[in-house]
Design a protein. Structure first.
Length: 167
């Protein structure tokens, strides 16, 4: 199945003023893998720098662009709101929590299934801010450890047992 941008997405991308008609046609004709987002396609095709693209998209969508690497002290309870596997699978990091809404940084703000997946994994309403994938990945490793997703997958898959003391 083809994964091409629809007309609404192309109209939004046009509003960023980053692309000319030829570049938008290139994006429209590009056959992305099912799991590749538009941000990845834009950078893969060399149409824009990821950070510049995301800042322009955030402006058009009236979303906040943040630099998650500038978040210094993160409460452990915030990190625990999303399982490591979910963080690494979706390429996101939690940014804040207010009442019943978890705010998450993403580099793929057009991913329509992202909010649903995160809502199911966390049990909270989800709000988004935008950040580059590289900065998100670094912050995820900082929060969850380099192999946090692998270890959790091994535990849940029964390939690694956690011993507990019984008293």
């Amino acid at each position: 199945m083809q994964n091409r941008p629809d007309q609404l997405l192309l109209a939004l991308l046009r509003k960023t003023r980053l692309f000319n008609d030829v570049q938008l046609d290139m994006l429209a004709a590009d056959e992305r893998a099912p799991d590749e987002g538009i941000t990845s396609a834009v950078t893969r095709l060399g149409l824009a720098n990821e950070e510049d693209f995301l800042k322009a998209v955030a402006n058009v969508l009236e979303m906040e662009y943040i630099d998650v690497s500038e978040i210094k002290d993160t409460d452990k309870t915030l990190i625990e709101k999303l399982p490591a596997r979910t963080v690494f699978q979706y390429g996101v990091v939690p940014v804040s929590f207010d009442s019943d809404t978890l705010t998450v940084a993403t580099s793929e703000p057009f991913n329509q299934s992202l909010a649903d997946g995160l809502r199911l994994a966390s049990g909270f309403h989800i709000a988004f801010v935008v950040c580059s994938s590289e900065k998100i990945a670094k912050q995820a490793r900082k929060y969850y450890g380099v192999g946090g997703d692998t270890l959790e997958e091994m535990i849940s898959g029964g390939r690694y047992e956690v011993e507990t003391e019984q008293g």
